[in-house]
Design a protein around this ligand. Structure first.
Ligand code: RIB
Length: 306
């Protein structure tokens, strides 16, 4: 079974700041670092580091060689990664404050050059039973969900960053796995409480599986028959960028491997906690060996059942 990630690639310009810049304010940053990022690239790396075989379909500009090299270094298949001559790669301007929290401004760039024809061409290389993973940082997301479903692929969607258009899209009914946070869950389902978000998504789309992350309250998985919860690990917060991407990649890799769901949640939660304790986007994603050998402990103050 192949995993096709139809995903964005961004050059992340990460500024360390005392506080996020406010309207009308000019501030100097404390430092600047450049990383390979983009939710798509980060999730491909998390999948690969978890041990999955990944095909990354993406679009970059001429100056995006570092993004291509980064994925190649992780042995990710790049048959469907195209370099375009007339547009810049996507990029992100990321502020990281003293508490490790971030805020992000995106430039879509080449990520939005996918056409429906491109999607059809890419899907020719895949067959029923393969998995397509998508986020919401490229063009043609809704079309790709529907086209992949029609071909019999399983569709995993991390609807991030969420937009009204995607939240209300009829393509949502073709999603097999939702991997999302509470804000995204609320936008899509119209419900606020974690349990209600799961119920509503399952009511609208019977047979789907919902992996909902709840920030400091950990995460909950439900599929209409089973519910599993997991807490978060007690780690110093350095930079939360790509923590969600790390969770998504590790979660999907565990599912594709056929692991028991409680073990999948443990692995994905440990991996994203390790990512939070390190700087950068893709650079912060741990390897499977690191995840399996870490001795980080569940935070006893945070009971996911409350
Ligand atoms: O999820 C983190 C990512 O969001 C960053 O790498 C940035 O590029 C944005 O896409």
């Amino acid at each position: 079974m192949k995993i096709l990630n139809f995903g964005s690639l961004n050059i992340d310009n990460v500024y360390q700041v005392e506080h996020f810049v406010r309207a009308g304010e000019t501030i100097s940053s404390l430092g600047l670092a450049n990383y390979c990022g983009g939710k798509g690239l980060n999730q491909s790396i998390a999948l690969a580091r978890a041990g999955a075989s990944v095909w990354h379909a993406g679009r970059i500009g001429k100056e995006g060689g570092m993004l291509r090299d980064r994925l190649a270094k992780e042995n990710i298949n790049l048959d469907y990664l195209e370099t375009l001559e007339d547009i810049q790669s996507g990029h992100a301007i990321i502020q990281v404050d003293q508490k490790g929290q971030n805020c992000i401004v995106l430039f879509k760039g080449a990520n939005y050059r996918f056409t429906e024809k491109d999607v059809d061409n890419i899907l020719e290389g895949f067959e029923a039973g393969d998995i397509m993973l998508l986020q919401n940082e490229t063009s043609c997301v809704e079309y790709a969900i529907e086209a992949a479903h029609k071909k019999g692929l399983k569709v995993a969607l991390n609807p991030s960053p969420i937009t009204d258009e995607l939240a209300k899209s009829p393509a949502m009914k073709y999603v097999d796995w939702f991997i999302l946070n509470e804000i995204e869950g609320e936008e899509i389902s119209g419900k606020q409480d974690g349990a209600e978000i799961c119920e509503e998504l399952l009511r609208r789309n019977p047979g789907c599986r919902v992996m909902l992350t709840l920030g400091k309250r950990g995460c909950v998985y439900c599929d209409g028959q089973q519910i599993f919860r997991h807490g978060i690990y007690d780690v110093p917060v350095v930079d939360t960028t790509a923590a969600g991407d790390t969770f998504t990649g590790y979660f999907l890799a565990g599912v594709a491997e056929g692991m028991e769901m409680p073990k999948v949640l443990e692995m994905a939660s440990k991996a994203s906690s390790l990512a939070v304790s390190r700087a950068g986007a893709s650079d912060s994603i741990p390897t499977r060996a690191e995840v399996e050998s870490t001795d980080i402990k569940l935070d006893p103050k945070l009971d996911p059942n409350k």
